[in-house]
Design a protein around this ligand. Sequence first.
Ligand SMILES: NC(=O)c1ccc[n+]([C@@H]2O[C@H](COP(=O)([O-])OP(=O)(O)OC[C@H]3O[C@@H](n4cnc5c(N)ncnc54)[C@H](OP(=O)(O)O)[C@@H]3O)[C@@H](O)[C@H]2O)c1
Length: 306
Amino acid sequence: MKRVNFGKTGEKVSAVAVGCMRFIGLEESKRRDFISCALDNGMNFFDHADIYGAGECESVFGKEIKALKIPRDKIFIQSKCGIVPHVGYDFSKEHIIKSVEGILTRLDNDYIDSLLLHRPDTLMHPEEVAEAFDLFERKGMVRHFGVSNMNPMQIELLKKYVKQDISANQMQFSPAHAGMVASGIEANTLFEGSADRDGHVLEYCRLKDITLQAWSPFQYGLFEGVYLGNEKFAALNEEIEKVAKKYNLTAEGVVCAWILTHPADMQIITGTMNKERLLNIAEGAKVNLNRKEWYDIYLSAGYRLP
Ligand SMILES: NC(=O)c1ccc[n+]([C@@H]2O[C@H](COP(=O)([O-])OP(=O)(O)OC[C@H]3O[C@@H](n4cnc5c(N)ncnc54)[C@H](OP(=O)(O)O)[C@@H]3O)[C@@H](O)[C@H]2O)c1
């Protein structure tokens, strides 16, 4: 499995990470086997959040990895906090600490490898985030820190107070959701793609060595559905199939290759709970697309090259 840098930590992590948002949707009898399959194929990075399945995803995952007796340093566990259903977002020191204590209890672990702040809380006092991170570091509860869905200025604001490196930024990204590429390619044009919706987060993360993690790589919109095999994305599917044939990949593998070919050294956070699909995605990590293939897929998703 291809490995990518995890921020400036000096650690390499699997380029294909297993997202666990849908983990409780997987039949109980298949869960252990699914985790083993990921591990056996080099995918030892698991992405959680305190809200996935209202905490149940972490609880059942914690049980399965205990049962599998995986040495703790052979698995990389990331979780997130800061979204509070029916309230909004909460980056207060009190909430972050309570949330991480809950994560560790549910995972039945002494520490997590990475903690991300899930979605920007405009009511945050960054000093409080800094205090919470310092406490986690002191107590060995969290090894690395990061954010999700944040633009560069929000990260800079945090960094004014937080002394730990921001190692990762998890953002939605795929051929069907490539605004962070389009705003750069269409810079200074009057075309719609030039709209800066993310503060040029792609270039910022590359400059600062922050690992971009591509979430929902197969969904379009905000969980509107899967674009593969979807007639709304006929041209994109046609282009992906062409490339799939050339490299003997499935369509899922081509999407993985497309994301990982980008020189930003991204990680793909998959959401499938289907073993075969996961392996097909992983095959894509072995392939580097050439420029024409990469741009043809981009164009077929409806973006333009001015
Ligand atoms: N930071 C954030 O704000 C944020 C937001 C959302 C998600 N995430 C993370 O990103 C991970 C992935 O998100 P996601 O689950 O929405 O991603 P996804 O990989 O785009 O979607 C996976 C879902 O699509 C289904 N699917 C159907 N056809 C598919 C195909 N041809 N290829 C791939 N999947 C297909 C899968 O079903 P099967 O299981 O049957 O394959 C699964 O239910 C989550 O687990 C979570 O860790 C983060």
